[in-house]
Design a protein around this ligand. Structure first.
Ligand code: KIV
Ligand code: ZN
Length: 526
């Protein structure tokens, strides 16, 4: 039987062979690029957003919330660019329930193959009274008006009563009934402050579906924050009670303690098909590479014991566990590491690989380079890397492309670096950079070669930016692995991340520092 809450293009079911019945489609709505980006320090450039969006598209995410177009020109342009580049997933733009916000979202999404406008207004007493200073009747009217206005742009309109978790049930149901009547096709119930408990939230979804008279005309969605560590549990409780869209982010990135994590929801539903009447169509083998990309772009490391994507998620330390897994894998493993993309760092290419091999591997990885010129420089960097590092893995190629993409738009570029460290001697670095083609150099001592390098760069540029984060990760395993460095800088209230990779971590650090300065430079110019 088909799900009675499915709408037009979203109608489709999954045949569950074992249980001889049809499974309903659980829609995955990823908001890494919108709510995820609202994490302090996690802001992304347009190019970074496109790169993440391409990964999400390959993962078969149904809907990508690309940003909040009315928030800034940068956000508007980023949504527009994602809409232009991504064709398989629906692209969504967030808008407050105002004419201006909705117009901006409609405009940004004009080039999308499939577009959704997501409009919201708060319905909890504390938000209506203290933040909006509006009466419930005014909120009701504005919500209905906003949905009608958004319908001029698309019939794929989602409505969220912000802070639904703390809203009055009868009022919430009244608003939901009104917006369905006005044309909203998806009703998203946010637990904005992560306040609810799983049983309570599940019950809320159940009651709303029963109490709203026209609830069968819309799909129910949930959007849970993780303030009490319950975002995934609350989302799953909602799914058990009939929600058929989950809003989530890669690595659980998001405001404050974050949003529900996509990888945990997808794998919980997939692993416990005995309990769920639905499943997603996510290609889970892209989960780990996407998690790594988001972590490296935002500079937010993934904790080693994080479910699914943590480095230890599939590692067995205790002898008794290792023994059990060797005898029979399922003794201690409920999922297979390779099914979520671990071990996907396949040996890709080597020193003798030519242009065609590189081109076809990049295509297989879904990496599209904008021009032949970028491909040519990428090929040169690939050969340089292959000279230093025998085996080139997929992760190395992602890092290489990422380096090239940032390098091309750079205001400041690293020309050369000499760093010296020797036991008993003061570390030293000499850095040459080019600023719009003009070469500048400086040298400095420091507490270590990285510190000396950053000091030398500061002698040249005097940015006065405050270093907020410095982190190094190895891209693949082995001492010949490339180190990937993330640097976060802050100046005049603006925060910018930068990444750099190289087999030499001091060089990677210099690239990351300059990349953060470049991002800061462009932000401060806006
Ligand atoms: O947390 C929240 O309530 C939101 C809404 C805009 C859906 O992010
Ligand atoms: Zn949110």
């Amino acid at each position: 039987m088909l799900c009675k809450f499915c709408i037009s293009t979203q109608i489709f079911s999954i045949y569950d062979g074992d249980r001889e019945r049809m499974k309903e489609h659980l829609i995955v709505f990823d908001t890494t690029l919108r709510d995820g980006e609202q994490s302090p320090g996690a802001s992304m450039t347009q190019e970074e957003k496109i790169r993440i969006a391409r990964h999400l598209e390959r993962m078969k995410v149904d809907i990508i919330e690309a940003g909040f177009p009315a928030a800034s020109n940068g956000d508007f342009e980023a949504v527009k660019a994602v809409a232009k580049n991504i064709k398989e997933s629906t692209i969504c733009g967030l808008a407050r329930a105002t004419k201006n916000d909705i117009d901006r979202a409609g405009e940004a999404l004009r080039g999308a193959n499939s577009a959704r406008i997501h409009t919201f207004i708060a319905t909890s007493p504390v938000h209506m009274e203290k933040k909006l200073r509006m009466s419930p009747d005014q909120v009701f009217e504005q919500a209905v008006k906003a949905v009608k206005w958004a319908r001029q742009y698309t019939d794929n309109v989602e409505f969220s009563p912000e802070d639904a978790g703390r809203s009055n049930l009868d009022f919430l149901c009244r608003v939901l009934e009104g917006v369905i009547e006005a044309g909203a096709k998806t009703l998203n119930i946010p637990d904005t402050v992560g306040f609810t408990m799983p049983e309570q939230f599940g019950q809320l979804i159940h009651t709303i579906r029963k109490q709203v008279p026209n609830s069968d005309k819309a799909i129910f969605s949930v959007h849970c924050h993780n303030d009490l560590g319950l975002a995934v549990a609350n989302s799953l409780a909602a799914v058990i009670n009939g929600a058929r869209q989950v809003e989530c982010t890669i690595n659980g990135l998001g405001e404050r303690a974050g949003n529900a994590s996509l990888e945990e929801i997808v794998m919980a539903v997939r692993t416990r098909q005995d309990l769920f009447l639905c499943d997603t169509t996510i290609d889970a083998t892209h989960i780990v590479p996407t998690s790594k990309l988001v972590s490296s772009i935002t500079g937010f490391p993934v904790q080693p014991n994080k479910a699914i994507v943590g480095a230890n998620a599939f590692a067995h330390e205790a002898g008794i566990h290792q023994d059990g897994v060797l005898k029979h894998r399922e003794t201690y493993e409920i999922m297979r590491a390779e099914d979520v993309g671990w071990g996907a760092n396949k040996l890709s290419l080597g020193k003798h690989s030519g242009r065609n091999a590189l081109r076809s591997r990049l295509t297989e990885l879904g990496i599209e380079l904008e021009s032949e010129k970028i491909f040519n420089t990428t090929f040169i960097r690939f050969k340089e890397l292959a000279d230093k590092k025998h085996d080139i893995f997929d992760e190395d190629l992602h890092a290489l492309v990422s380096n090239e993409a940032t390098n091309l738009q750079e205001h400041y570029k690293l020309v050369s670096l000499t760093a010296h460290s020797e036991t008993g001697k003061t570390p030293y670095a000499k850095v040459v950079i080019s600023e719009m083609g003009k070469e500048l150099q400086a040298e400095s001592n420091g507490s270590g070669p990285v510190d000396a390098t950053f000091r030398a760069i500061e002698k040249i540029l005097s940015s006065d930016a405050e270093l907020q984060l410095y982190s190094v990760n190895n891209i693949t395993s082995g001492t010949d692995s490339q180190g990937e460095v993330t640097v976060r800088l802050q100046k005049s209230g603006r925060i910018a991340n930068g990444n750099g990779s190289d087999t030499d971590i001091v060089t990677a650090s210099a690239k990351a520092y300059l990349s953060a300065l470049n991002n800061l430079h462009s932000k401060l110019q806006k």
